[in-house]
Design a protein around this ligand. Structure first.
Ligand SMILES: Cc1ncc(COP(=O)(O)O)c(C=O)c1O
Length: 383
């Protein structure tokens, strides 16, 4: 009781002020926040083991994993970029990194900073990876050990045609690492059917859970390679994680328990909504509503038609208006969108995230305000 003021002081700083359309962290489901309040206990206790096992089983179903293992890390999604490279690519080995925006570039940085070589296959912002170009690059670079694909490029609002690209990678018999940080929970993933080797996501995106938990599915092939990989590190040692899953229903180091409880609640909500298909339809419906609303205002999208993301929309600003001006004006009205992100598009775009907890009424309210903001900015600038 006597420390109530300490809570008040922090709350004053962090209290919710905006309706969130961010790129992540996103607004969390109220039910998630509710369970995250529980008092902590040991992560080696029986109660933790029950939730750990149950979450893994639910994720296995959600990601359609037949052979392979679900692994959770006490990190954000980027931890799995590092893990994939250190566990499954030889030191000085080559990785073909496909880049359609800022997060493809990050994967290349992770490859290089871990002493491996990144062969970059880059496309203009707004475009997906072209399967023919990928095929050509793999024909030219027969010695690459793995290919990386950003399933959903958060900086450009583009969803890559993953099943098609995966097919090309498998024809060349390469490992396939998929960054699904802003896709997992918002776009379909069929891990075994598509022949993926590593696919990872973060709690703070389409699952609508606070940050701190990373989730991945890992193939048997990766474990076989990893077991023989020298100096793969300890904190992100995949075979060690598998051993702890099997023997202890837990993780080698302490997991972010509240986030895991929250994710378990979301996976149960998905089941009660009617399963993955119904849940993903909700994401599609949000995305369509936002795309149509934005087009009605007279704005264009950055994403090439047919490749628009179900979780985030990058909008091109009208001539003479900067993305940041729209972002700031919307913030003044109580809506937090996301600024443009990435070389060459930062000023020319702003983004509307549609992940996590949001209602269709709030989406409409946001679109109505966006229309007014654009009209006002145009009027002010005499456009
Ligand atoms: C596509 C993509 N990859 C990777 C990341 C990095 O994820 P994290 O911050 O969870 O490490 C992000 C974060 O926004 C992302 O959108």
């Amino acid at each position: 009781m006597q420390y109530e003021d300490a809570v008040k002081e922090v709350y004053e700083i962090v209290k919710p002020k905006y309706k969130l359309f961010t790129a992540g962290p996103v607004a969390c489901f109220p039910e998630v926040l509710e369970i995250m309040k529980v008092q902590m206990f040991s992560h080696r206790a029986k109660e933790y083991k029950i939730i750990h096992r149950d979450t893994l089983d639910r994720l296995r179903k959600f990601l359609e994993v037949e052979d392979g293992e679900i692994i959770i890390f006490p990190s954000s999604g980027t931890g799995f970029m590092e893990a994939a490279i250190r566990n499954a690519v030889s030191l000085n080995g080559k990785v073909l990194v496909t880049i359609i925006g800022a997060f493809g570039k990050r994967f290349a940085d992770v490859v290089e900073s871990n002493g491996r070589e990144a062969i970059k296959l880059e496309f203009e912002p707004g475009n997906p990876v072209d399967p023919n170009a990928l095929d050509e690059a793999l024909q030219k670079n027969k010695d690459v050990e793995a290919v990386t694909i950003t399933y959903n490029e958060t900086s450009t609002g583009v969803l890559n045609p993953l099943p098609e690209l995966a097919k090309v990678v498998k024809e060349h018999d390469k490992l396939l690492f998929v960054d699904a940080v802003s896709a997992m929970g918002g776009a379909d993933i069929k891990f075994s059917k598509w022949g993926i080797d590593v696919v990872f996501g973060s709690s703070q995106k389409a699952f609508g859970v606070p940050p701190g938990l990373a989730v991945a599915a890992i193939s048997e092939r990766v474990f076989e390679i990893a077991e023989k990989m020298p100096n793969r590190g300890w904190y992100f040692d995949l075979p060690l994680y598998r051993k702890f899953n099997k023997e202890k229903d837990g993780t080698p180091s302490t997991p972010p328990m509240p986030q895991l409880f929250g994710l378990n609640v979301v996976l149960r909500i998905i089941e009660r909504m009617g399963g993955k298909e119904e849940w993903l339809k909700m994401y599609q419906k949000r995305a369509e509503m936002i795309r149509e609303g934005v087009k009605e205002i007279g704005l264009n999208l950055l994403a090439k038609p047919g490749y628009e993301s179900p979780t985030i929309t990058a909008v091109l600003t009208p001539e003479g208006i900067k993305g940041e001006e729209i972002y700031n004006a919307m913030r003044e009205r109580g809506f937090e969108l996301a600024k443009g992100y990435g070389k060459g598009i930062k000023e020319k775009t702003f983004r509307i995230g549609h992940m996590g907890y949001m209602t269709f009424e709030v989406i409409q309210e946001m679109l109505d305000n966006l229309k007014e903001v654009i009209d006002e900015l145009k009027r002010k600038k005499g456009l």
